[in-house]
Design a protein around this ligand. Structure first.
Ligand SMILES: Cc1cc2nc3c(=O)[nH]c(=O)nc-3n(C[C@H](O)[C@H](O)[C@H](O)COP(=O)(O)O)c2cc1C
Length: 298
């Protein structure tokens, strides 16, 4: 089977202006001009580095909407964001924050579906798209997992047994937090839903796989904030599930060899914030132009 058929790469010749943008942006470098002057796909061995990356850049870049691939039609794509998106994103990022108090209510499933649909576009190394998302979208199920994990954690704490990052001091602090910020629940902060990006991390790309998961986690958290949901990225509960509460970990149904260092709790926030915070990270930015000016001044 030829590459055009394999990928369902199709050019609408009535629309194609032969500008070559598809050739110039193809991540896998498998599009070329054919003898007839129209773009075509070169034969390739297999998807990924030895062929088409399945990135769909060809479909996205074509100014005339002349390219379809994998049965996806250009008219079904979302348009690019408007120019004012930059300032909206800035407001979103400055106003996003961790939420640790949630309403005991399921989120409208339609919102979760929309967020997950957008998550398909989160970047992955080599466009592997191999990250999996486990979403516990029923608060009853989250509660069952929580019950098992929480009781095991408490039982162990009585014996001064903790996860690798915890000890008497940190556990004591977390216990104290149940009176205010983590209302009654130092572990899951009472979240009704959980999201876990996970991937099997083996071989020479193992580190990339972990990064894929972490990027997905960050995108998910941001999307939750964009939809007015509260979200909290959590490493400690993931530690408890991975290191102490075997039974609760199994309830997630995630294979043991998958990276699961972070989870996101999300739901409707109990508290709404009135403004953004003003974190100052200027000391952590190493900007070349600033250094250049300093060097010239001296
Ligand atoms: C890698 C990572 C792990 C985190 N783990 C936890 C956690 O276990 N429990 C928790 O309450 N918050 C956790 N957080 C949230 C941070 O504490 C929070 O982002 C930080 O205090 C800054 O607050 P902000 O998110 O409101 O800006 C984690 C955040 C990151 C990025």
């Amino acid at each position: 089977m030829g590459a055009d058929q394999k990928t369902q790469f199709k050019i609408d010749r009535l629309k194609c202006i032969r500008c070559g943008r598809c050739v110039d942006t193809c991540s896998g470098m498998v599009i070329e001009f054919g003898k007839d002057g129209y773009p075509k796909m070169k034969d390739f061995e297999r998807y990924g580095w030895r062929g088409c990356w399945r990135c769909q850049h060809c479909l996205a870049v074509c100014p005339e909407g002349a390219i379809s691939i994998f049965g996806k039609k250009p008219e079904d794509s979302l348009p690019p964001p408007p120019p004012e998106m930059g300032s909206y994103m800035e407001r979103l990022i400055v106003n996003r924050r961790s939420c640790r108090r949630f309403l005991n209510e399921n989120v409208d499933p339609e919102i979760i579906t929309r967020i997950l649909r957008a998550m398909a576009a989160a970047p992955t190394g080599g466009n592997s798209c191999s990250v999996e998302y486990t979403v516990i979208d029923d608060k009853g199920r989250v509660h069952e997992i929580w019950e098992k994990a929480y009781s095991k954690m408490e039982e162990d704490a009585k014996k001064h047994v903790y996860t690798h990052s915890f000890d008497d001091f940190y556990y004591g602090k977390m216990k104290e937090s149940e009176k205010t910020v983590r209302k009654d629940d130092l572990l899951f902060c009472g979240v009704p839903h959980l999201f876990i990006a996970h991937e099997r991390c083996v071989g020479k790309w193992a580190e990339d796989c972990k990064v894929n998961c972490n990027i997905a986690t960050a995108y998910f958290e941001l999307l939750c904030n964009a939809y007015g949901l509260g979200a909290i990225i959590m490493s400690y509960p993931a530690e408890v599930l991975n290191e102490l509460a075997e039974e609760a970990r199994e309830m997630l149904d995630i294979p043991r060899d998958h990276y699961t260092k972070l989870m996101v709790g999300f739901g409707y926030p109990e508290i709404r914030y009135a403004r953004g915070v003003q974190k100052d990270r200027s000391a952590k930015i190493h900007r070349y132009t600033d250094r250049w000016e300093i060097r010239n001044e001296n």
